[in-house]
Design a protein around this ligand. Structure first.
Ligand SMILES: Cc1cc2nc3c(=O)[nH]c(=O)nc-3n(C[C@H](O)[C@H](O)[C@H](O)COP(=O)(O)OP(=O)(O)OC[C@H]3O[C@@H](n4cnc5c(N)ncnc54)[C@H](O)[C@@H]3O)c2cc1C
Length: 438
C-alpha cells in the first residue's frame, strides 16, 4: 500500500477526514500477516496488474482443459491498485452510511436493510435542510428507475443514484457524521483514479469474456474488509454485464462479517430487480486475526462477528436465504466453500427440504486442495458437484500457503489417527470374538 500517493491523499487534513477503516495503513500494507486460507498479492504497478491478468487467463484456459463446468478464481488486489480499492470502498461506505443516517433521522434506525425505505418528499426536505441539494436539484435525482414503488427510496435506489453520477451536476457534499460539516464525496475521485477504475473494469471484462468463451465460471475472491466494498461492487458490475443468461461470475461473501446478511440480501434483491443470475461463493472468511488487530490499532469497530458461533449462525442464515432464492427463482447458484461438516450437513438437509436436487447443479461444494478429502470424496460419490481450490504460483509463494494448510490440517490428522486407532481396536475385538464380518 505504500507504493504511491495520489493527489487527493495529499490534501491537507484529507486522511483525517476519512473513515478510519478505509484508510491505508503502512503496517498492514503487507497484507500477509494473520491471513489463513487465502493467497495474497502485492501491488507493484499497472504493468504488473496486466501480467496478473495474463496469468488468470492461462488459469481459465487450464481450468477449461481439465474439467467440464470448471471454475477459475481471481483476486482483485492482483488486478487493481490496493490503495484505489481502499479509497473506492471508503466512498461507497460513506454513501451507504449517509443513507442510514437519513433513515435514522426518519426514525428507521436498526431496520433490516431492505425494510428501510425513505419517503421521497421527506428525503428531499432533509437534503435541502442539510445543504446537500436544493429541492429543485434533488427532484431530478429521484425520477424513474431510481425511485422504488410508492414514492420511496431504499438502499438499492440510493446506490443506483450513485451509479448515475452524471445526474449530479456538481461535486456532491455530504455531512461528516462527527463534525456535521459538509465534505466532498465524489470530487475525491481524481482523474488518475477514474482511470484506475476503468482499467480494472477492462481487465475484468477481458477475463469474463475468456471465461465465457471457454465455459469456465469466474469467482471473485473476497479479501480484507477495507477492500471488500469496492471488490464486491466491481464484481456486481461484471455480473450485471455477464450474468444475463447464466451465472458466469460468482461474487464471494464472507459470513464472519457483521454486514454479511445485509450484503447478501441486498445483492440478491438487486439481481431480482435487474434480472440477472446471482452467483455466489459463501465462505466464513480468512482474515479474522488481521482484521481484529487492524481495527484495534486504528480504533474503529471490529467488522467481524464477536464469536465463532455468531459466524456459524450468519453462514447458515445467508446460505438459507440463497437456497430459498434458488427454490423460488432458479436464477441463483451457490458454492458452499467450507470444511465445516455441520455446514455441509445443513446444506444437504435444506436442499432435501426445499427439493433442490444435486443434478440441478445450483449448489456445489468447495474445499481447498489438501484439506478435508473426507468431505470432498463422499460428496462427489453421492453425485454432488464438488471442487478443490488449487493454489498455483512460484514455489516460494505457494509453500507458505501450503504450510498454513498443513498447520490447519494438524487437528484433522489427530482426529484421523484417533479414528484409525478405534478401528484397529474394533478389528481386534471382532477377531477375538470370531465375528469379523458381522
Ligand atoms: C473453496 C474455498 C474458497 C475460499 N475462498 C475464500 C475467499 O475468497 N475469501 C476468504 O476470505 N476466504 C476464503 N476461503 C477461506 C474461508 O473463508 C475460511 O477461512 C476457511 O474455509 C475456514 O472456514 P470453514 O468454514 O472451512 O471452517 P471452520 O473451521 O468451521 O471455520 C473457521 C472460520 O470461522 C471463523 N471464526 C473462527 N473463530 C471465530 C471467532 N472467534 N469469531 C468469529 N468468527 C470466527 C473464521 O472465519 C474462521 O476462518 C475459502 C475456502 C474455501 C474452502
Amino acid at each position: 500500500l505504500s507504493s504511491r500517493t495520489s493527489a487527493a491523499e495529499k490534501e491537507p487534513g484529507g486522511a483525517e477526514k476519512r473513515e478510519k477503516q478505509y484508510r491505508a495503513h503502512q503496517g498492514f500494507g503487507d497484507h500477509h500477516g494473520g491471513v489463513s486460507g487465502a493467497h495474497t498479492y502485492f501491488y507493484a504497478d499497472e504493468a504488473k496488474c496486466d501480467q496478473h491478468m495474463e496469468t488468470f487467463l492461462r488459469c481459465i484456459d487450464a481450468s477449461s482443459g481439465s474439467s467440464e463446468d470448471g471454475f477459475s478464481a481471481i483476486k482483485l488486489t492482483a488486478l487493481a491498485r490496493p490503495q484505489f480499492l481502499v479509497r473506492f470502498s471508503e466512498v461507497l461506505v460513506k454513501w451507504r452510511r449517509f443513507f442510514h443516517q437519513l433513515a435514522a433521522e426518519e426514525g428507521q434506525a436498526g431496520r433490516a436493510v431492505l425494510d428501510t425505505k425513505l419517503q421521497v418528499e421527506k428525503l428531499q426536505e432533509a437534503l435541502a435542510n442539510l445543504g446537500v441539494a436544493s429541492k429543485a436539484e434533488s427532484q431530478q435525482w429521484f425520477t424513474g428507475e431510481s425511485v422504488g414503488v410508492s414514492g420511496t427510496v431504499d438502499l438499492l435506489d440510493w446506490n443506483s443514484l450513485f451509479d448515475s453520477r452524471s445526474k449530479l451536476s456538481r461535486p456532491l457534499l455530504i455531512p461528516n457524521r462527527k463534525t456535521g460539516q459538509l465534505e466532498p464525496l465524489l470530487s475525491r475521485f481524481s482523474e488518475e483514479e477514474e482511470l484506475q477504475m476503468k482499467r480494472v473494469l477492462q481487465r475484468m471484462d477481458v477475463l469474463a469474456k475468456r471465461a465465457m468463451e471457454k465455459g469456465v465460471r469466474l469467482m471473485v475472491d473476497a479479501e480484507q474488509s477495507y477492500f471488500q466494498p469496492a471488490i464486491s461492487r466491481l464484481a456486481v458490475e461484471t455480473q450485471r454485464r455477464f450474468n444475463g443468461s447464466q451465472p458466469l461470475i460468482y461474487n464471494t461473501y464472507q459470513c464472519y462479517l457483521r454486514e454479511a446478511y445485509n450484503n447478501v440480501t441486498g445483492d440478491v434483491e438487486l439481481s431480482r430487480r435487474e434480472g440477472w443470475h446471482f452467483g455466489t461463493k459463501l465462505v466464513r472468511g480468512a482474515y479474522m486475526e488481521q482484521e481484529r488487530e487492524r481495527a484495534a490499532q486504528m480504533g474503529y469497530e471490529d467488522p467481524i462477528n464477536p464469536t465463532y458461533e455468531k459466524t456459524n449462525e450468519m453462514y447458515h442464515r445467508c446460505l438459507d436465504y440463497v437456497l430459498e432464492e434458488i427454490k423460488h427463482s432458479r436464477k441463483a447458484s451457490v458454492m458452499v466453500a467450507s470444511h465445516n461438516e455441520d455446514t455441509v450437513k445443513f446444506t444437504l438437509r435444506r436442499m432435501m427440504e426445499l427439493g433442490i436436487h444435486p443434478s440441478d447443479k445450483k449448489v456445489c461444494f468447495g474445499q481447498l486442495l489438501g484439506m478435508c478429502d473426507q468431505i470432498t470424496f463422499p460428496l462427489g460419490q453421492a453425485g454432488f458437484p464438488v471442487y478443490k481450490y488449487v493454489p498455483y504460483g512460484p514455489v516460494n509463494e505457494v509453500l507458505p500457503y501450503l504450510s498454513r494448510r498443513a498447520q490447519e490440517n494438524r487437528g484433522f490428522m489427530q482426529r484421523a489417527n484417533r479414528e484409525r486407532d478405534l478401528l484397529w481396536k474394533e478389528v481386534k475385538r471382532r477377531l477375538l470374538a470370531g465375528n469379523l464380518f458381522s
